[in-house]
Design a protein. Structure first.
Lengths: 348, 348
DNA sequence: ACGTTTTACTAAATCGATTTAGTAAAACGT
DNA sequence: ACGTTTTACTAAATCGATTTAGTAAAACGT
């Protein structure tokens, strides 16, 4: 089978005896008040007939716009990030943007590698979940002002930038208060060892409420790499063993909670009778678990919409350095059985 | 802050008084036996010094290779596909390929839209999970031979193509035999209503084993869109109600199983005492469930590796139309409590 | 000693679009 | 009636690489 070469604007130009300039104007909707209706019709009909589509690489080379957005997630296989990816995808495609994904694994070196890779390529925008210890790199990237940069799931205090995040402080405060109000006296916190705003705020919200209520704060911090490993589980185990008075656990992420639930099961602790559980980030798992696990759920759809629409808006404004897109959304406390107080007489 | 324009090969040419031809040869490793060592050194040193990186868009325009692979998943937010995406990503980047993702939602129209979108753009390869009723479009795409096309998670009998799939027939046969061997007399099958090879083979494997053992086949097929809806759950409910003799359920996908587990819980049926459960596709949920759910797990890492390495190999061979990459991997039966036969005396 | 081959390069074309800087003819204004 | 503006276009430059088709000088062969 003979390969037929793709048709170019030059071919059309020759075929119709019309300059490429004119054709380009027509394609790009700049023909109004410049080109006669007859010529417009002739060109449009021909384009329709042969199914011509401009070569996007050539357009990118000439205009510097690639219609490409890089989504640098912490981990694209994490249900939270893949759900966000899915929602963003649709809106991006509707606006003829494509999305390239990658995962930092919360590792600085990997993020840097990916960033250098994409800075060289033409990319219009970055949606980034910056890893640990990446503030300087992010600040530099943003100051360069070559692409739209949207920060997701965390943010920085020290400089101006676009971001979409959950109100983690507020969520954590509400979560902790809720557990105390349910009558749990000794709420423990299982968090990530991290300087990222997200985990910091979740810890601080908990600490703040415990302090307000003159309760002793008890927390354990697991590092990102350990969460899914025996080491991580062991850390939580030791935390619980050392603090037998704990009657309730607030987990800062869903991965921590999953490790925690495995552990509690192994330890033979009953939820919520022996220890109640509440975690950040919903997953279908949690609703189905026995007992169903209470969560602070992030508004995934809303977050994804703000992320992609904010990014597209900024792209349209064409990098005006002073317009900022900053959204802080509220979490939703979903009460299920795992955080319920079982009254003493019922428990027996 | 003044934006400094990116340096081009022409700038280097002017600066060093060396033609762009020579520089291009050096950059692309074609300098051997052509260009003197001194010039090579001079150019390489300068490139190193100013940190020059060729503009990839220009390269794409000239060479026709974009170093881009499109991963068209059924649904990128599905844990199976996002796990595959994650594993492929790393290898792709190591080989300086980038991946654009999209989801067909198993809808023909959407897949067609996405395909037309990407066929116009320069894309080197497609990794596609074709939706329902998309055979002709796939055959055409493959025959055009413009990009490497890798089919994933399903395949076609009628024409030659590259694919990576699970041995679904074998897996289903083993799964059904296993349930019968465990003493379950009436195994029911909950599948997808679909002409895709994957779901067809899973059904046929079940039917084959039931026939071999002179057992009555009982199955319900739910359409893709209904799986996560009340309608889907209702269909399974009616199936179970109409067939009270069923003592074991084989689910063809993890989404079906999740809907099924919710239903069994609502119906108050005990697993595995009242009804045993086995499902395709592992998820962390299943291990943690009470009781832990037995699964036929797909070798995700292995699949992803074959997919991306197969694709990269085919890309290197530069579209030789006759070389085919076809891998059929075995599933792994993971026995957990949900499929165990509880002996009568223990049951009481 | 002189034709041929090899070495070490370069000028210009090319990929396929957009954009700048123009022009000829028609219409307008007074 | 004649200069000016508007209309409707086009030629050529440009984005930044790679590649084709060459060439001048050195080395080689007999």
């Amino acid at each position: 089978m003979k390969e037929k070469r793709k048709i170019s604007i030059k071919d059309i130009s020759k075929k119709l005896g019309i300059s490429t300039t004119t054709i380009s104007f027509i394609i790009n909707g700049k023909a109004e008040n410049r080109i006669s209706k007859e010529v417009i019709k002739k060109v449009e009909d021909y384009i329709e007939k042969v199914g011509y589509k401009p070569n996007s690489t050539a357009q990118t080379l000439r205009t510097g716009k690639s219609k490409t957005i890089v989504f640098m997630a912490e981990d694209i296989s994490d249900p939270f990030f893949s759900a966000i990816a899915k929602e963003m995808e649709e809106i991006a495609f509707e606006n003829s943007y494509k999305i390239i994904y990658c995962s930092t694994e919360n590792k600085k070196e990997r993020a840097l590698e990916l960033l250098t890779l994409f800075k060289d390529r033409q990319v219009d925008a970055f949606i980034i979940t910056p890893p640990e210890d990446f503030k300087n790199e992010m600040e530099e990237l943003i100051k360069e002002n070559k692409q739209v940069v949207m920060v997701f799931d965390r943010y920085y205090d020290d400089f101006e930038h676009n971001y979409v995040v959950l109100d983690n402080l507020d969520s954590s405060i509400r979560a902790t208060r809720y557990l105390l109000n349910n009558g749990f006296q000794n709420v423990g916190f299982v968090g990530l060892k991290s300087d990222i705003s997200t985990t910091q705020e979740r810890l601080h919200g908990y600490q703040q409420v415990m302090a307000e209520n003159a309760k002793k704060e008890r927390s354990v911090l697991v590092s990102f790499d350990e969460v899914k490993t025996p080491t991580g589980k062991k850390k939580i185990y030791e935390f619980i063993s050392r603090n037998p008075q704990i009657d309730s656990l607030l987990f800062a992420t869903n991965s921590l909670a999953i490790t925690g639930l495995k552990l509690l099961k192994e330890m033979g602790l009953k939820i919520p009778e022996d220890i109640s559980v509440l975690t950040f980030d919903d997953r279908d798992l949690f609703e189905l678990y026995s007992p169903p696990i209470s969560v602070i759920s992030q508004p995934v759809s809303h977050l994804a919409n703000e992320l992609i629409e904010g990014t597209l808006n900024l792209l349209e404004e064409d990098l005006k350095p002073n317009s900022r897109f900053q959204k802080v959304l509220k979490g939703k406390l979903v009460e299920r059985t795992s955080s319920q107080r079982i009254s003493e007489n019922n428990a027996i």
